[in-house]
Design a protein around this ligand. Structure first.
Ligand code: HEM
Length: 470
């Protein structure tokens, strides 16, 4: 990629679009390299504030320079993800690393592979199917209430990570959940940080070289593959064929005349993607939303009152979701301020005009819920926690892409309903059981990983309200 976007050829680019995209100058030789490495989310926010909704950020020495094009308006995000999504592919370094580590599943695949996978997997995520997981969600949430018991304080980051992993693993693996959770809890952080550090490094040694970093990551990947492969093989070898209603069984049974069925490797790739995309994301949403509530007692009391009225003494059900509109608003506001996928990357394959600028084919492009969700043109007083932003009237009055934590367009999140159901029911269960008070008033520092990462604990003091349900 070159250091300048000045376009001299005529090409097929739309006419009238400016080709000099503004952006921070950074250091003379290294551009914004240190800023991006130390605080990429802050760097993008400042770039928007100082240069507008379409910016160009460069990093690294000449010859190894990375140039990112940030698109921060709601209209621009819609173009990249939806209306002009054919111009923007998942061929960027980020997705290449995720593909290498987690396989060619639904999150990472493209073209014919992708279309076939989506057709086979989509029926597993209908509302009716997902609502069938409410019992498992309720039981896992109830188990947290019991485990917290009389503990004076807990760290929401660790607690919600464990809850979300157990819930998604249980839905995937059914009775085999314990074997999988242990391995994933140990191995996923190693694989995540390996994939991320390679995605943003100017140069990488080949994965096959026996460096300590490569060996550690390959061992972690092998361990996760082995546990998934073992469970899949056992299911397929069962004399009566795969049985049960967990996702793994359904994946093994999925098929059609047109698409055939998924082989063992394809099933494993889907399983890995669900674990990756469905674990830390939901955990982050729940942890930060609860932490916000611990610092906003009035909103917490209102959310708890709704949970008490709707749940009574019973375990929550899927039907309760639409009876918990205030909690849903609270969660959406939590996801506005702490979107679990803070930055979504693509590579442009055709020149595209966005916001009056021409983004050239070959450019790396990022849209960023982190930045658009804080864009003062779209959100009044954006740093303030205010669930009332999500009343139906105010939602309807806003641009569809002012809030897009689940992405959008043809590659939008398939797990959106599952995640909302899980988070709202879990929040209701936890708030019914406990009053939460932030152990300190500071915000939890964050950084962009594969998903949004808390850079420290989110400690809250617990005050139990009633005996946990038996
Ligand atoms: C708060 C929770 C979640 C958030 C914020 C989230 C966010 C996202 C985003 C932004 C994308 C689009 C990525 C892109 O365009 O590059 C995506 C895709 C995806 N997500 Fe989620 N996700 C969440 C939960 C889940 C869950 C629970 C699952 C599955 C169990 C899941 C599975 C997937 C899959 C398979 C894709 C790829 C879909 C496709 O390309 O067809 N996600 N997610």
């Amino acid at each position: 990629m070159t250091d300048t976007d000045t376009h001299t050829g005529s090409g097929a680019a739309p006419s009238g679009a400016a080709t000099q995209i503004p952006g921070p100058k950074g250091l003379p030789l290294l551009g914004s390299m240190f800023e991006l490495q130390q605080d990429s989310l802050g760097a993008f926010l400042r770039a928007r504030r100082d240069h507008g909704d379409v910016v160009r950020v460069s990093a690294g020495p000449p010859g190894l320079r990375t140039v990112l094009h940030g698109v921060f308006s709601a209209e621009g995000a819609q173009q990249v993800l939806a209306t002009e999504s054919a111009n923007f592919r998942k061929d960027n370094p980020f997705y290449e690393e995720v593909r290498a580590a987690f396989g060619n599943g639904l999150l990472t695949s493209q073209d014919a592979d992708y279309l076939r996978q989506r057709r086979l997997v989509q029926p597993l995520f209908t509302k009716r199917r997902v609502d069938g997981y409410a019992d498992a969600i309720a039981q896992e949430g109830g188990a947290v209430v019991e485990r917290w018991g009389e503990q004076p304080t807990v760290d929401l980051v660790g607690e919600m990570s464990r809850l979300a992993l157990r819930t998604v693993a249980r839905i995937l693996f059914g009775a085999d959940v314990e074997a999988a959770v242990e391995v994933i809890h140990r191995s996923f952080p190693v694989i995540n940080s390996y994939a991320l550090s390679r995605a943003y490094a100017p140069v990488n040694v080949p994965r096959e070289w026996p460096t300590p970093g490569n060996r550690r990551a390959m061992a972690a990947i092998a361990e996760v593959y082995a546990v998934c492969d073992r469970i899949i093989a056992e299911r397929r070898a069962a004399p009566e064929g795969p049985v049960g209603d967990d996702l793994l069984t359904l994946l093994a049974q999925a098929g059609s005349e047109e698409d055939g069925s998924l082989d063992a490797t394809e099933i494993r790739d889907q399983v890995l993607v669900f674990l990756l995309a469905g674990h830390e994301t939901t955990a982050t949403s729940m942890a930060f939303t609860l932490h916000l509530l611990s610092r906003h007692p009035e909103e917490q009391a209102r959310a708890r009152q709704e949970a008490d009225e709707v749940l009574g003494d019973s375990a929550p059900t899927a039907a309760d979701l639409e009876r918990l509109p205030y909690l849903t608003r609270v969660l959406k506001e939590g996801m506005r301020l702490y979107p679990a996928a803070p930055v979504i990357g693509r590579r442009a394959v055709a020149d595209t005009e966005i916001g009056g600028y021409r983004i050239r084919a070959g450019s790396d492009v990022v849209v960023a819920p982190w930045v658009t969700h804080r864009n003062p043109d779209l959100w009044e007083d954006p740093e303030r926690f205010d669930p009332e932003r999500f009343t139906p009237e105010r939602e309807a009055a806003r641009h569809r892409y002012a809030w897009f934590p689940f992405g959008g367009g043809p590659r939008a999140c398939i797990g959106q309903h599952f995640s909302m159901l899980e988070s709202v029911l879990a929040l209701a269960t936890l708030l019914r059981g406990y009053e939460l008070e932030a152990a300190d008033d500071a915000e939890v520092p964050v950084a962009a990983g594969i998903t949004l990462q808390a850079k420290g604990p989110a400690r809250v003091r617990l005050r139990p309200r009633r005996k946990p349900l038996a």
